[in-house]
Design a protein around this ligand. Structure first.
Ligand code: FAD
Length: 432
């Protein structure tokens, strides 16, 4: 493959500079009365005020903010789309930084493949839309996953038979303890099911924050290289998607059709981000405007109105699907779903020995059905369309979400002896 300098990026280069925010969005210098809130920056719509929120234009500014926060010993949270963060109700007495860089470059191109280098701040679905438009395959199944490219590699986003780890060939990151920019290879990233070396750097054990580097990993992602196939044809990788397309798993179809089908299926499950969130000033300009308009138009067409979706405030799946030993899986009821996986929770089990089950099935069969809430007027509830999504029905506080999550986790543990692990990063709050 040709090195980046000799490649003509002619028809595949995008630089978006018109992003909202400005430099210091808010801070103590603004008097403390109008501090920004995690509730406005996260899809769950809960969370207290933030001492200082900085919008960084480019890697130099990101590194500078991170370095200074670390040197001053301040809590640091690098935030992307806030779609995998549940923040507590108390003030976050530290620095929250958002990377506004959105550049996509061609690193190399052959007849059948293209490598893209994408800034961490680029919104993931804007990248998928752009790639699909240019006939690139490999991430179309991840259409509609909210958030940024930088965060996509932290938990190795996955959906409909694809994981970002299958396309990632290189990550550039700021290594906080050494104070250097480092390049991480796929083997160094140690991707697994909803995990990576970036994510494990934040945890001492599953769901137990590490003393250092929480709620943001040791490595702050600056850019991600993705290798995608040319030719405009992708592979249907998941049964439900195949059904929606009237085809079979493994069939090859145009990536545009696959993306459209994924977005339709996600909409029926309430698993799309609420596009209305980009209307509030602190979120304005974060996503490509035409993508937001298209999403609003789709919603209108489907519901026949401008009414907002009651399931809209969530983090998507709240719990990860448990990956069990064969012995643990043997203890589940006969009709519990069982998928053979490799030791990393991915693959098809050829690498042996683990069994993934469905958290949604366990939750439902432990008696927590769609729409479940702890009391009739509780402001947090399971989604009306998906037992795995915990939702803020309006006016919920983080404590309400945590109480619901604790009840679900304990109920599943009582019924099946399996302890569910939350997928979102819980900042300043835990489950009892
Ligand atoms: C409706 C809905 C549906 C979803 N569906 C899916 C799905 O199908 N599959 C899936 O895998 N996930 C899904 N998610 C979860 C979420 O979209 C992903 O986890 C996403 O990658 C989070 O991106 P973000 O930018 O919003 O991260 P944030 O929530 O902003 O941050 C999450 C974590 O990443 C860290 N982080 C952010 N940027 C960087 C960076 N540059 N460097 C280092 N660390 C960073 C943060 O510090 C934090 O620890 C869904 C969420 C919602 C709301």
């Amino acid at each position: 493959m040709a090195p980046m300098t000799s490649v003509d990026p002619a028809d595949l280069s995008l630089t978006q500079t018109e992003v909202g925010g400005g430099d210091s969005v808010a801070g103590p210098e603004r008097g403390g009365t109008d501090l920004p809130r995690f509730a406005d920056l996260t899809t769950m719509g809960v969370g207290g005020t933030i001492r200082r929120l900085v919008a960084a234009h480019g890697r130099g500014e990101v590194i500078d903010v991170v370095r200074r926060a670390d040197a001053d010993g301040l809590p640091l949270c690098v935030i992307g789309g806030g779609s995998n963060i549940v923040a507590g109700d108390d003030i976050f007495d530290g620095v929250v930084v958002r990377d506004l860089s959105r550049r996509v470059d061609v690193v190399s191109r052959t007849d059948d493949a293209v490598v893209l280098r994408v800034d961490a701040g680029m919104m993931w679905d804007d990248l998928v839309g752009l790639s699909v438009e240019r006939g690139l395959a490999g991430i179309e199944g991840l259409s509609g996953v909210p958030g940024t490219v930088g965060a996509s590699v932290v938990q190795n986003i996955g959906a409909y038979g694809q994981s970002v780890s299958s396309s990632v060939c290189r990550v550039e990151a700021w290594d906080r303890p050494s104070g250097r920019v480092v390049v991480l290879t796929p083997s160094e990233l140690r991707f697994g099911y909803r995990t990576s070396a970036l994510k494990t750097s934040m945890y001492a054990a599953p769901a137990v924050p590490a003393t250092h580097f929480f709620p943001t990993p040791r490595y702050v992602v600056l850019s991600v290289d993705l290798a995608l196939e040319s030719g405009g044809i992708g592979t249907v990788g998941y049964g439900q998607l195949a059904h929606a397309l009237g085809t079979e798993v493994g069939d090859r179809l145009p990536v545009r059709e696959i993306r459209a089908a994924v977005l339709r299926v996600r909409a029926t499950k309430g698993m799309l981000e609420d596009p209305h969130r980009y209307a509030i000033p602190v979120m304005a300009g974060m996503r490509d405007r035409s993508a937001v308009d298209a999403a609003l138009e789709d919603m209108r067409r489907e519901t026949g109105s401008d009414a907002q979706d009651a399931d809209r405030h969530s983090c998507g799946s709240f719990f990860m699907n448990p990956v069990l030993s064969a012995a643990q899986a043997g203890g589940l009821p006969d009709d519990a779903p069982r998928f053979p996986v490799d030791a990393d929770g991915l693959g098809n089990g050829d690498g042996h020995a683990r069994v993934k089950t469905s958290a949604a099935w366990l939750i439902d069969h432990a008696g927590f059905h769609r729409g479940f809430r702890l009391s009739p007027d509780a402001p947090a509830a399971l989604s009306s369309r998906h037992t795995l999504a915990l939702t803020n029905r309006g006016g919920a506080r983080a404590a309400d979400v945590a109480a619901l999550a604790t009840a679900v986790r304990d109920g599943v543990r009582g019924a099946f002896g399996v302890t569910l692990v939350p997928e979102p990063v819980l900042v300043g709050i835990g489950l009892d």
